[in-house]
Structure formats: structure tokens, C-alpha cells
Design a protein around this ligand. Structure first.
Ligand SMILES: N[C@@H](CCC(=O)N[C@@H](CS)C(=O)NCC(=O)O)C(=O)O
Length: 156
């Protein structure tokens, strides 16, 4: 049985869970907060969630989990069959993760948890986010790689 480590408020945990659900793979959720404890670092080397366990092997990073799931359970596909199209879906995922989500994350504590962000952090985040959103918008123009006829990892 596949095990999914992490906790529900995490968007990345939800992403891994959605992949497993879409694939119809049976799994057990093991509530585990992110941690720098040795035990968790063996599952996820940065101490981040999610991680999954497959036959005693731990996999962290949601794109790695998606890559494993696509091969372990090809149906329903979450990547297009044509290699260049599959690469474009992954490209879109990378820009969403690295240039939008990871940038916006800088100000999440201020947005949701009562922390304060300096004017400098707010200004650089806004500028970087604008750039990231424009990059994603370019990839979306006329693109079948997300919000198209077939459901892909980029939709998730
Ligand atoms: N690149 C990672 C990101 C995972 C991630 O950032 N997880 C957050 C929760 S949403 C986390 O565990 N944060 C705790 C920490 O950074 O120590 C992935 O795609 O799985």
C-alpha cells in the first residue's frame, strides 16, 4: 500500500493526493508535519511535505511523484502521449511552481498569518509575480496543455 506523508493544509500535499486519486491508486494518508527530524529527512531530504512511500522507497517532490504515478499507473494519462506536448505540460508546471507559487509564498505569512512583510519584500514579490504570471499567460495562449480537452498535471 502506498503511503502519503504530509498534512492537509499543504497545497503540495493536496496536489500529490489529487494525483493518486486521479490515478485510482490505493493509498494511506499518514499525517506528518514537515520536519528537520532525521526520520522525516529520510522520507523527504528537505523536510518538506509531501512524500510518498512505494515498496519501502520514499519519493519527495510533487513532480517526481507525478512522474512515478504516470509510469506506475498509465491510465488515465495526466500527460499527453506526444513527447513534445508532455514536455510543454511539465514546462507549464515548472513555471507555475517556481515563478508563481514559490514567489507568492514569500508573502503568505503576511497575507494569512498576521506576519508583516517589509515594503521591499512586497515590492520585489509584486514585480517577480507579475513576471511569473506573464510567463504563465504566454504559455496558456492557445495552449492545449492546461484547461484544454484533456486533463493534465498542469491542471492540477
Ligand atoms: N517543491 C516541493 C515543495 C513542497 C513544499 O514547499 N511543501 C511545503 C508545504 S506546502 C513544506 O513542507 N514547507 C515546510 C518547510 O519548508 O519546511 C514539491 O513540489 O513537493
Amino acid at each position: 500500500m502506498i503511503k502519503l506523508y504530509g498534512v492537509k493544509p499543504s497545497n503540495y500535499y493536496s496536489l500529490a493526493k489529487a494525483i493518486l486519486l486521479e490515478k485510482g491508486l490505493a493509498f494511506e494518508e499518514v499525517p506528518t508535519p514537515p520536519s528537520q527530524n532525521e526520520g522525516f529527512l529520510q522520507k523527504s531530504p528537505m523536510g518538506k511535505m509531501p512524500a510518498i512511500e512505494v515498496d519501502g522507497v520514499y519519493i519527495s517532490e510533487t513532480l517526481a511523484i507525478a512522474s512515478w504515478a504516470e509510469r506506475a499507473q498509465p491510465e488515465p494519462p495526466l500527460l499527453p502521449p506526444v513527447p513534445v506536448d508532455a514536455a510543454k505540460v511539465i514546462e507549464l508546471c515548472c513555471h507555475l511552481k517556481l515563478d508563481v507559487e514559490l514567489v507568492a509564498r514569500r508573502v503568505l505569512p503576511a497575507a494569512f498569518f498576521g506576519a508583516t512583510a517589509s515594503d521591499e519584500v512586497l515590492a520585489t514579490t509584486e514585480a517577480d509575480l507579475d513576471k511569473g504570471m506573464k510567463a504563465v499567460a504566454r504559455l496558456f495562449q492557445g495552449s492545449p496543455y492546461a484547461a484544454g480537452d484533456s486533463f493534465t498535471i498542469a491542471d492540477l
